[in-house]
Design a protein around this ligand. Structure first.
Ligand code: FAD
Length: 416
């Protein structure tokens, strides 16, 4: 079904009885050309681009829970392209361009809102760093505006400027960055893949791999064996566990990251704002809740809930930056399992097992990556070649020393 204003009118006048389920609920077949493990943003977008761009239709996405129940439905929805180093720079630039046209591409309202992302600096060194970053972004063709303290004050007057613990020195604004409705992104890609014949199989956990002579043959699942010509892993926080079933040890740790939302308030925050003196970022949802997050909980975990010390630390950062938030009541908090790589950048590559491919290590940045990562992973699985915008996310970079350490924190996954 093609969604349009006419459909809304027609269905509104006829009791909304004409809407169809957005995807089928098929039984798994015995064998597929390609099996993707993980029905999150990355798995679903990969299946979509495999079908749409490469014409491969005999595909299954196997999801152990429900589509979009992982990190793609748990993140703080920030989309931006303001990275610094080669590798991430061109990748996220490409991703933002795909985001700009995603609703038309999918014929689905993902509520993409280019409201601007503002990163703050609180001292000269941070300000110089933002200038450097902004130059790199502009040189790549993305927008970046370096703002002094008074310009920032004009844009976001409600922050703490006078008598602040961390005075604001300036900021870097990317006007084309913003937010998107996270689970709608999963649903839009799921619908697009399903329309092109991809089987989306929920409640189907992959429990092992069948590998013969160094080549992938299929996967053992909670719903029986499924044969596959090629298999792609897009399982986010479970990457190291799933890869271990194939005998692979990866440079990835799993950590829990929390997010928070307040009760709904009147529109107050127009942009996405990132604090410079701690890891804290905030925006306002279309329902009015203030949505924010901070650092990982800093211990390895497979739990989708975090602990109170991080709640306290994030609340402290919120109060330091924006004291008026103290009047809002926190409504909910939740967690997601993050696949943290050793340099904070992702991996999109083949594995040493023929026919088994890896897309993981997305750390804090995997939501904004969904379109470009899916398209790049599909390209790799279909053609065996790296996509132009994702040539540096190699699995062997930790052996060869070609790491992409955007945060300059070294091999400390909890610091990225
Ligand atoms: C609190 C929080 C805030 C975040 N904020 C942002 C942000 O603002 N911007 C941003 O860019 N990124 C953000 N991220 C990161 C981003 O959400 C993730 O990097 C990204 O969603 C991961 O890719 P995915 O969508 O495919 O993962 P997921 O949605 O987690 O998909 C992986 C799927 O694999 C399934 N799976 C796992 N094991 C198996 C198995 N054995 N068999 C079958 N299925 C399996 C899981 O059930 C899951 O559904 C945030 C993450 C969290 C947790």
């Amino acid at each position: 079904m093609y969604y349009s204003a006419l459909q809304i009118l027609k269905n509104g006048l006829t009791g909304n009885k004409g809407w169809k389920p957005v995807w089928r609920n098929p039984e798994p077949k015995k064998c597929y050309d390609i099996v993707i493990i993980g029905g999150g943003g990355h798995g679903l977008s990969t299946a979509y681009y495999l079908a749409k761009v490469h014409g491969i239709r005999n595909i299954a996405v196997l999801e152990k829970g429900y589509l979009g129940g992982g990190n793609v439905g748990r993140n703080t929805t920030i989309v931006r392209a303001n990275y610094l180093l080669d590798g991430n720079l061109e990748f996220y630039s490409h991703s933002l361009k795909l985001w700009e046209n995603l609703e038309q591409e999918l014929n689905y309202n993902v509520m993409m809102s280019q409201r601007g992302c503002l990163v703050l600096a609180h001292n000269d060194q941070q300000f110089d760093n933002l200038a450097w970053r902004g130059n790199a972004n502009r040189a790549t063709g993305d927008d970046a505006v370096l703002m002094g303290r008074e310009d920032v004050r004009n844009l976001v007057p409600f922050l703490n400027y006078d008598d602040a613990r961390f005075p604001i020195r300036g900021g870097l604004l990317q006007r084309t960055g913003g937010t998107a409705r996270h689970d709608a992104v999963a649903w839009g890609y799921a619908r697009g893949a399903d329309m092109r014949g991809v089987d989306l199989i929920q409640n189907c956990e992959v429990k092992g791999f069948r590998i013969e002579g160094g080549k992938i043959k299929g996967v053992e699942t909670s719903r029986g064996y499924i044969g596959a010509g090629k298999v792609g892993m897009s399982v986010a926080g479970r990457t190291s566990q799933v890869a271990e079933m194939a005998g692979l040890r990866l440079p990835i740790e799993s950590h829990v990251l929390q997010a928070f939302v307040t009760e709904a308030v009147k529109p107050v925050i127009d942009n996405v704002i990132s604090f410079g003196m701690g890891h804290f970022y905030i925006s306002q949802s279309d329902k009015g809740g203030l949505v924010f997050g901070g650092d990982l909980d800093m211990y390895n975990s497979y739990s989708q809930r975090g602990n109170l010390p991080r709640v306290e630390q994030v609340s402290e950062a919120a109060m330091a930056l924006m004291p008026m938030i103290g009047k809002a009541r926190m409504l909910r908090s939740w967690g997601g399992i993050m696949d943290m790589s050793m340099d904070g950048s992702p991996i999109i590559d083949k594995t040493p097992i023929e026919g088994l491919f890896l897309n993981g290590g997305w750390c804090y940045g995997g939501f904004k990556a969904v379109p470009a990562a899916g398209a790049a992973f599909a390209h790799l699985m279909a053609t065996g070649e790296k996509a132009d915008w994702a040539t540096k996310f190699n699995l062997n970079r930790f052996e060869t020393g070609h790491v992409i350490d955007d945060e300059a924190t070294g091999a400390r996954p909890n610091s990225h």
